[in-house]
Design a protein around this ligand. Structure first.
Ligand SMILES: CNc1nc2cc3c(=O)[nH]c(N)nc3c(CCN)c2[nH]1
Ligand SMILES: [Zn+2]
Length: 372
């Protein structure tokens, strides 16, 4: 059985293309992971998610432990069987979601006690419990249990949270154990402070992980500050392991992150925006609810081969959005996920052929300002 392994195929500047081999299939990098928080990518059948070109999707420990419960998912054969997705799944560890969703949280060295945002029941998460839940779910790539400090945060607060997260990373590694074919990724913290980012990277590298995430970003710092961190932070991480930027992002965030050495990303943007009527295209964003689309017979994007663009006009998509038809979310989500995967495929090819700078210039040149 194939174990877990990352192969670098090409580099172009700081950008890299490669592949992550897992027992459930190969992940082409740079990769975008659709978010399937509660065991579903909202408004999409798993077959449709695969049709967009996604090699891996993301699930969430926090949501699945609350509902339907990790032990229940395990009894039913694990998350892949449960949600009918047989390709790789990466699960986040719950730390970030507890801080942003749960009520009545009590943080300690041991972990976090909290009340469910669904029914108020009490729960706890620790490195050990998070590893156990992710094992019960059967995810292929497990994330360390960490604390992502909410902004604004003082440097002292960022340092405290980073050092706690490094102690939790050690405990996560111990609890994860030796699981061939499964990977454990460490998560770098440290805010926007170079010295703290380097301290975190050194701590994680000393523990040793199958991949390394850059956490603590896309939390309101803005693109310039995020790119400023990525300009040095990816270089602190081992070059022969995947680098995963958590929670990113808009198309131009994604392109800029790949240009700075990031291999994997996840974001709710394409799916969430699809449900609010925003369609991403190579020329910019289409807000389908605008009256300007009511009589427009053209597709969202004449170059796009997704079902929404092949079979429907902007006028129809405007109509079903205004009518709050379920099909609206399905078609716009499919289009957006398809577009994000096209973006990744375009970057993988450009890096492999040594023309990433030209691809990046064309990407930025094609984008109109504002709605199109
Ligand atoms: C949307 N922005 C964003 N920033 C994140 C940072 C972390 C982070 O620092 N740690 C963890 N565990 N997850 C994060 C997530 C969730 C990724 N699905 C983030 N999302
Ligand atoms: Zn399309």
């Amino acid at each position: 059985m194939t174990t877990f392994g990352f192969t670098l195929h090409a580099t172009d500047g700081a950008a890299r293309s490669g592949a992550i081999a897992t027992p459930r299939g190969t992940i082409r990098t740079p990769a975008f992971m659709p978010v399937g928080t509660a065991g579903t990518v909202k408004a999409m059948l798993p077959e449709s998610v695969a049709a967009t070109g996604a090699d891996i999707l993301l699930g969430n420990t926090y949501h699945l432990m609350l509902r339907p419960g990790a032990e229940r998912v395990a009894r039913l054969g694990g998350l892949h069987a449960f949600m009918h997705w047989n390709k790789p799944i990466l699960t986040d560890s719950g730390g970030f979601q507890v801080m942003s969703l749960a009520g009545l949280r009590k943080m300690s060295e041991d972990g976090v006690a909290f009340r469910s945002h669904i029914d108020g029941s009490t729960h706890m998460l620790s490195p050990e419990r998070s590893m156990e839940i992710q094992r019960l779910l059967g995810s292929d790539i497990v994330m360390c249990f960490d604390e992502c400090p909410a902004l604004p945060a003082s440097e002292a607060e960022v340092a405290r949270a980073m050092r706690l997260s490094m102690r939790w990373a050690e405990r996560s590694k111990q609890a994860f154990g030796d699981r061939p074919g499964h990977a454990l990724f460490g998560i770098m913290q440290g805010g926007v402070t170079r010295e703290l980012r380097e301290e975190s990277a050194d701590a994680l590298t000393a523990i040793g992980f199958d991949g390394y995430a850059v956490g603590g970003l896309a939390v309101g710092e803005g693109q310039e500050a995020m790119f400023g961190v990525l300009d040095y932070a990816t270089g602190f991480l081992p070059a022969d392991r995947p680098r995963y930027l958590m929670g990113v992002g808009k198309p131009d965030d994604i392109v800029g992150a790949v240009a700075r050495g990031i291999d994997m990303m996840d974001c709710v943007l394409p799916s969430r925006s699809g449900r609010t009527g925003q369609a991403f295209t190579r020329r910019g964003v289409v807000n389908i609810k605008n009256a300007s689309h009511a009589d427009d017979p053209r597709p969202l994007d004449e170059h796009c081969s997704c079902p929404a663009c092949r079979n429907y006009s902007r006028a129809y998509l405007h109509h079903v959005f205004r009518a709050q038809e379920i099909l609206s979310s399905m078609l716009l989500t499919w289009h957006n996920l398809h577009y994000f995967q096209e973006l990744m495929a375009g970057m993988r090819a450009a890096i492999a052929e040594g023309r990433f700078a030209a691809w990046q210039a064309a990407f930025h040149a094609g984008r109109a300002e504002g709605d199109i």
